[in-house]
Write a protein that binds this ligand. Structure first.
Ligand code: PLP
Length: 461
């Protein structure tokens, strides 16, 4: 049996294949202005596909059989079509990981070129290939701009070591947590100081840091503090002193209502860690690869002990994450922190392409990020009766609603309108709608989306 699309997709191939072809042709041939006009409508030029359903999925992943699922059919840039052929503007870059939107032409060409040249998909991490090694070099340079590689290599206190053999952010975070535990030398139980509402992946211990499994772990303390409360942070370090094993923060809390953690607060945490012999980890799974400086810590002049990178690094091409850390902390053995499919050469090549695109478009990224955040602030001011404030920074932002039900209703109507954005309104006190636009967002998309949000806010709830 040939290994081709028709056989692999079985009975679905005809309808699905035709819809894919037509969907791709439609998205590629349409100018952005034309696509924006049609957001939220059905694109009848594309034939209706017949696709498999989700009956075998786990419940939390939407296991169901429905007549008309709005699952993704095909994407291009900032847009995607669903199986119902409804056109969506993706305001969240996939699930915050498609840095350059869907199917970026240059990254796709790079990928094809890499395959043609014989770059392997993956291999044993003891024999890493050139793209993976080149990526580690690049990440070290980006984490500490302004210093030469030779200088960094000779300085074990610098961020000169990269754990590149990890496929997901969760494993990269877990590696840093293990190093913190091994480094801890206080007389008492190690304490992890974390921000309330943190999310550092789905590893068991990472989940403990966000309050799960309280009875399972012993001999370790988890102390949650409120972001941007320097007094509380000082008090916690004063109380736990040398027993603080580590401090964890996400610079923009994309898992808690897009709260921007103030750079001054992060620098204070750095000082407190130094004074108490604790280690500092900045989880840049969300912020990494979304700013002109590539690594957000470099933007704010911060040198934590660990920078966790993932998600957007490969612009959504699986699988690769990375942990950049100080050489002197390099105490784990190979199989203490690894994903056996995390040495992916093709993914590393795409990551290098993603970084090159950021460097080439740095000024535009800064400009559009500012324009988008300004638009969100203006909206928050105009609808102050319904909105508390705009949150986040650059392409990552949140609109905090006064009322949770209002937030949920807004989110529902936005999705009906064809705007794919997220809502954090399922925890006590949470009522924020989030966006994290892919970097190709231009001025037109900024203006159009801001107007669309205004239109939804003007509607009655
Ligand atoms: C801040 C943060 N840390 C860690 C993770 C976990 O990364 P992964 O899903 O690749 O394991 C995520 C995922 O969304 C994240 O947003």
């Amino acid at each position: 049996m040939p290994l081709d699309f028709e056989h692999l997709m079985g009975d679905y191939h005809g309808c699905y294949g035709a819809a894919l072809d037509a969907g791709q042709a439609y998205l590629r041939a349409s100018a952005q202005a034309a696509l924006l006009k049609r957001v939220g409508t059905t694109v009848n030029e594309v034939p209706a596909p017949v696709c498999p359903d989700k009956r075998w999925f786990q419940r939390s992943y939407g296991r169901c059989v429905t007549d008309a699922p709005e699952d993704l059919l095909i994407g291009e840039g900032l847009f995607y079509l669903t199986e119902q052929r409804k056109l969506f503007l993706d305001c969240t870059a996939g699930h915050y990981q498609m840095t350059w939107g869907y199917d970026h032409p240059e990254l796709t060409a790079l990928l094809r070129d890499g395959i043609e040249r014989g770059i392997v998909w993956d291999n044993h991490s003891n024999i890493p290939s050139a793209p993976v090694k080149r990526l580690t070099e690049k990440l070290v340079m980006l984490a500490t701009p302004g210093r030469s590689l030779d200088e960094l290599q000779d300085d074990p206190a610098s961020l000169n070591t990269v754990l590149a053999g990890v496929a997901t952010g969760s494993v990269a975070c877990a590696a840093a947590m293990k190093m913190m535990l091994l480094h801890h030398s206080g007389a008492g139980e190690p304490a992890f100081v974390v921000l309330d509402g943190n999310y550092h992946g789905t590893d068991l211990f990472a989940q403990r840091l966000r309050g799960m499994w309280p009875d399972i772990f012993c001999n370790v303390k988890v102390v949650a503090v409120q972001p941007n409360d320097p007094e509380e942070l000082c008090a916690v370090f004063a109380e736990h002193g040398e027993n603080v094993a580590g401090f964890w923060a996400e610079p923009v809390m994309m898992n808690r209502e897009a709260i921007l953690v103030q750079p001054g607060y992060l620098h204070l945490a750095r000082e407190l860690c130094d004074e108490n012999g604790a280690l500092m980890a900045v989880d840049e799974i969300q912020t990494g690869f979304w700013f002109p400086e590539v690594i957000y810590c470099a933007r704010i002049g911060l040198q934590p002990d660990f920078v966790v990178l993932g998600k957007g690094m490969t612009a959504g091409f699986h699988p690769l994450a990375a942990l950049v850390y100080r050489g002197k902390l390099d105490v784990l053995e190979q199989y203490d922190a690894i994903s056996t499919n995390g040495n992916a050469a093709l993914a590393a090549l795409v990551a290098l392409g993603c970084i090159a695109l950021i460097e080439r478009n740095a000024r535009e990224i800064e400009r559009i990020g500012r324009a988008w955040h300004r638009a969100m602030e203006e909206i928050a001011a105009e609808f102050a009766d319904r909105l508390v404030e705009a949150r986040g920074i650059g392409h990552m932002s949140g609109l905090k609603f006064r009322d949770r039900e209002d937030c949920l209703s807004f989110h529902r109507r936005a999705v009906e309108r064809g705007l794919w954005l997220r809502a954090h309104a399922y925890h006590e006190g949470h009522s924020t709608v989030l966006t994290k636009f892919a970097l190709p967002m231009g001025e037109r998309a900024v203006d159009w989306t801001a107007e669309a949000l205004r239109g939804l806010l003007r509607e009655r709830r």
